[in-house]
Design a protein around this ligand. Structure first.
Ligand code: SAM
Ligand code: SF4
Length: 442
């Protein structure tokens, strides 16, 4: 056991990575390390990386550069790097050769080995590179040090089989592997017993949950089982692939009382030509029909989406079709990204790449329209009552408390320590594009 030693983890990317970092933290705690917010106090610094866009990688290299100074001041410091970027040969080689202050390189498939690898470094003081191409054998359930006392992530399916032509995920996270239903329900029960009120089920495509399992189970059935876990109050999930979003799932959202009314349904583009070239497996009309069915059957549901602008060959007309779709469907929220070529993916090899200025201009136009729609939709909530799970002080102001509505909107209220961890009824007083402000209704 390492007495009084401290760790600091820096996480890039999606919820999947945040969840992996909680496991890394849990494993380090079980080695006797404690968390520190100050890099200069850390005995171990771990970077959990993302490779979805080039920007994410640039940030990691920038941070690695800064960490050199910390290693110079404290030569015993262990610096480790893992996550999606480490599943690719090029960055691993570059880091191994040029960033000599990095002691440990590990991948997404062997995070359970991190304690053992760290102990090896502590003993031998030699650099270690251990990256697996795929999971091997039975991966043990790992301890987790959660960020929040009341909300928890549960991974239900790893990897992705879809191979959208722009996306690196299937190459770095491997093929789809669903966790057994029983293991997920057990984890939910354990979390609920620890005081967790809300779980978020994670997967690149939660709708294909169960396809690879021998038993005949699917995602709606999993939701049904989790809905029975008594102490749980809310169940969230992401991400839903539009192609696999079924009527059965919509009915589960409508009928299961704990399943929150928020659906993240990334469309990526409003042009059929681009959707086909992205290999998304649905067309614009199918997507619109799906959203209208959701709006019809579960009118209180919030729908969010992802867009990529500037995919190779995207013409002005293709982009206009995206804007038209945004105006027609009026999403509650959208994450908008500039297409970033990822080496090894089919789209990156295309010669008809779009100029950076055009991509930026399109992104700004799309964001401007979406921000206005999000603002207008939130304004409509003013005067209405919403139930929020109050999680505590907001990051920017300790006097302001925050929670999320069932539809996943952030809502601020005045300080109420007595209500932390409770589902609280709030009357919405004002609203911006991304946040609401309310007063507790006693
Ligand atoms: N599996 C989910 C899906 O299919 O919607 C999301 C996966 S990814 C972590 C999140 C988002 O990143 C995608 O929905 C897409 O909009 C965006 N993305 C993925 N690859 C990208 C790329 N090469 N350039 C820009 N954005 C990208
Ligand atoms: Fe990437 Fe497509 Fe899989 Fe989502 S569904 S992770 S965008 S390949």
């Amino acid at each position: 056991m390492s007495k009084n030693k401290k760790y600091h983890i820096i996480t890039y990317g999606c919820q999947m990575n945040e969840h992996d970092s909680e496991k890394l933290a849990g494993m380090l705690e079980s080695l006797g390390y404690n968390n520190t917010e100050q890099l200069e106090n850390a005995d171990i610094i771990l970077l959990n990386t993302c490779t979805i866009r080039e920007n994410a990688e640039l940030k990691v290299f920038g941070k690695l550069g800064q960490l050199k100074e910390y290693k110079r001041k404290n030569p015993d410091l262990i610096i480790g790097i893992g996550g999606c970027m480490m599943q690719l040969e090029e960055p691993v080689e570059e880091i191994y050769k040029k960033y000599r202050h990095v002691d440990l390189i590990f991948g997404t498939h062997n995070i359970h080995q991190v304690p053992e690898l760290i102990q090896k470094i502590e003993k031998n003081r030699k650099r270690v590179v251990e990256v697996w191409d795929q999971e091997e054998g039975l991966i043990p359930d790992l301890p987790s040090q959660r960020e929040s006392e009341y909300s928890a992530w549960i991974s239900i399916i790893q990897g992705c089989n879809n191979f959208c032509t722009y996306c690196i995920v299937p190459y770095v996270r491997g093929r789809e592997r669903s966790r057994p239903l029983e293991a997920i329900v057990n984890e939910a029960e354990k979390l609920a017993a620890e005081g967790v009120k809300e779980i978020t089920l994670l997967g690149q495509n939660v709708n294909s949950y169960g396809n690879d399992l021998e038993e005949k189970i699917d995602f709606p059935l999993l939701l049904e089982e989790l809905n029975k876990v008594e102490a749980l109050k809310r169940i969230r999930f992401m991400t839903s692939h539009p192609r696999d979003f079924s009527h059965k799932l919509l009915m589960a959202i409508k009928n299961l009382t704990k399943v929150a009314e928020h659906i993240h349904l990334p469309i990526q583009s409003g042009s059929n030509k681009i959707l086909k070239e992205m290999n998304r497996g649905y067309c614009r009309e199918y997507y619109i029909k799906t959203v209208k069915e959701i709006q019809n059957k579960v009118p209180e549901a919030a729908i969010s989406t992802d867009f990529i602008v500037g995919f190779p060959g995207e013409s002005d007309e293709d982009f206009e079709q995206t804007l038209d779709l945004v105006k027609e469907l009026r999403f509650d929220m959208a994450y908008t990204f500039i297409y970033s070529p990822r080496s090894g993916t089919p789209a990156a090899r295309r010669e008809d790449q779009i100029a950076e200025e055009v991509k930026k201009e399109r992104l700004n136009r799309l964001m401007e329209i979406q921000n206005k729609i999000s603002y207008e939709k939130n304004q409509k909530l003013i005067g209405k009552t919403q139930k929020i799970l109050l999680t505590g002080p907001s990051n920017r102001d300790q006097e302001v408390y925050e929670g999320r509505t069932r539809s996943n909107k952030i809502c601020f209220i005045d300080k109420r320590p007595d209500l932390i961890g409770e589902i609280v009824k709030v009357k919405i007083d004002s609203a911006k594009s991304w946040t609401l402000q309310g007063t507790v209704v006693e």
